[in-house]
Design a binder for this molecule. Structure first.
Ligand code: NG1
Ligand code: ZN
Length: 536
């Protein structure tokens, strides 16, 4: 207790205005970096508690604010299998962080240990990393202080992408077991991906150049490092890394990156887009991915998370059929309310696969995707992955092929099982998956975009007096409060063709969001504005 108390004094919490609290949200704690030192210290205490609660398994802590501006930062906890912190524990994080004094922090910490029956004498292990933000340095110092004060063992992996940290947590805990997920090192991550990539591509050709915009974040140097591991004699991959300046923090996520492309629906101004070239953008911590190109005729065309999801579902569905596993493995797609209605139609009507809608936030999608043998999940913003059940992986490995075509399908599926990050959405891994699929299908981005036409849509941010008044049901697709608001939205939607609209409180910002889609751009815009007026 005295060690925690003494260390806590060195990392004070910045008090908020009366009635305000820090909250562990969809992305952990995220805010201006200068508010985060005390919070990060306390997250260290919680990570150690969680490790002890789970019999000394390693817990991860990632310091990043993803696509936010450089002045922000954030801290979130990763569970032993590399997935997000169990939801029940978000409250405990919130309780620790909001303890008003150092003494009360120690009290809350001890109370949590007692209530959760945690033996504070057993070892705790925490592994952590951070993105390229300069503030990360100070924050890991606070984190390490927290871990030391509670006698936790820890490994500082320094600068990493978020998915790399998730990989390291999973490999740490599975090392030496039959479920080993790979070597416990950043190098192991590159080796696993490049080996699986070569195995998935085999003799196929990747046509043309892929330009990757790295948002001037950690994805830049890490992607360049990864590329050194691709054997040039086995795969022709003409890839160009751009917007990879991590030395000038102020350019992070500035006029580039996946969030810019998705929200502005245009390519980054730099480098100037060339017709006929494939582009994709990662976000600041390399867990989101968006593809696009500039068409000489129609201009900018974007392939977002919904497109990646439907591409993956279609390809993996075909492979499973060719492998003769259609009756053995259940494939499903998980989306949020933000998924374009045209993608949902394409997946259910054309691919004939089930789609489940969950509330916003990857943890919800991930959880539901685990219910399938092959669960494809992506948020429209490009964050997602494909999960394979142990049964599925086992079938890819061990099913006796009846023909060369069947063998080919099984080999590709097995390679995808290693290529696709099983812990969390991973822009580098997802990008390699897309490249593999396009090479197998012999598709250009235009072929990919031809599968269905997106419904025109509009997303607006609405400042409201108190966003907590907005409650939703039906996976955030309907408002239950304030009373009467949903009826008004329904009336507005009725006025437009093929229209859909919903409003919800943001989990990451102090505002509401309104989404609308309709048969034409002007109708989508008009509907979004109408619904915005209803809720403001
Ligand atoms: P909120 O602020 O709750 O809408 C945003 C994104 C989510 C997710 C989280 C976490 C949209 C509309 N919302 O959530 O998809 O990525 O941030 O980063 O893009
Ligand atoms: Zn991110």
């Amino acid at each position: 207790d005295t060690a925690i108390l003494a260390a806590s004094v060195r990392h004070p919490i910045v008090p908020l205005e009366k009635g305000q609290f820090y909250r562990y949200g969809t992305a952990g704690f995220r805010m201006k970096a200068d508010l985060l030192e005390g919070i990060t210290f306390r997250v260290g205490l919680l990570a150690a508690l969680r490790s002890r609660k789970l019999n000394s398994q390693a817990i991860g802590v990632m310091i990043t604010a993803s696509h936010n501006p450089a002045v922000d930062n954030g801290v979130k906890i990763v569970d032993p299998l590399g997935d997000m912190l169990e939801q029940d524990w978000e409250r405990y994080a919130t309780a620790l962080v909001n303890a008003p004094s150092d003494e009360q922090l120690v009290e809350v910490y001890n109370r949590l240990a007692t209530d959760l029956k945690i033996d504070l004498k057993i070892p705790a292990k925490v592994v952590y990393g951070r993105d390229t933000r300069p503030s990360g340095h100070k924050l890991v110092t606070a984190l390490a202080d927290g871990l030391q004060s509670t006698n936790a063992e820890y490994v500082d992996y320094k600068i990493l992408t978020t998915p790399q940290l998730h990989y390291l947590v999973r490999t740490t805990n599975s090392e030496g077991t039959p479920l080993s997920y790979g070597k416990v090192s950043e190098l192991g991550y590159y080796e696993k991906l490049s080996e699986a990539f070569v195995r998935a591509i085999r003799s196929r050709r990747i046509d043309g150049t892929l330009v990757v915009d790295c948002a001037n974040g950690v994805g830049g140097p890490k992607l360049s490092e990864f590329l050194k591991h691709i054997p040039k004699d086995k795969v022709n991959f003409d890839i160009k890394v751009v917007n990879d300046d991590v030395l000038r923090p102020e350019v992070l996520n500035l006029d580039c990156g996946a969030d810019f492309v998705k929200t502005k629906q245009r390519s980054p101004p730099s480098p100037k887009p060339q017709p006929g070239v494939r582009y994709c953008s990662l976000d600041g911590d390399a867990d989101r991915l968006i593809y696009y190109w500039v068409d000489p005729e129609s201009g900018f065309v974007m392939l977002d998370g919904d497109r990646i999801s439907s591409l993956a579902a279609s390809f993996i569905g075909e492979l499973v059929e060719r492998a003769g596993l259609k009756d053995d493995l259940r494939i499903g797609v998980v989306q949020t309310a933000y998924a374009n209605g045209a993608s949902t139609n394409y997946i259910t009507q054309h691919l004939k696969l089930p789609v489940i809608c969950t509330p916003t936030g990857v943890k919800h999608l991930h959880h539901v995707a685990q219910g399938f043998d092959i669960g494809v999940y992506f948020e429209a913003n490009g964050h997602g992955t494909v999960l394979f059940s142990p049964d599925a992986l086992n079938a890819f490995q061990n099913k006796e092929p009846q023909s060369p075509a069947q063998k080919d399908a099984l080999d590709t599926l097995a390679a995808l099982g290693d290529l696709i990050n099983q812990t969390v959405g991973d822009a580098i891994s997802d990008m390699l998956m897309v490249e593999v699929i396009l090479a197998h299908k012999n598709w250009t981005l235009r072929d990919w975009a031809m599968t269905y036409a997106d419904l025109p849509n509009r997303l607006v941010r609405v400042e409201v007096g108190n966003k907590d008044l907005f409650h939703t049901t039906d996976a955030e697709r309907r408002l239950s409060h304030p009373e009467g608001a949903q009826d008004e939205i329904d009336q507005a939607v009725k006025k437009y063709k093929d229209a859909r609209s919903f409003a919800r409180a943001s989990g990451t910002e102090n505002a509401c969001r309104v989404y609308a889609e309709a048969a034409s751009r002007s109708e989508a815009n008009e509907l979004a504005e109408r619904v915005a007026r209803i809720i403001e």
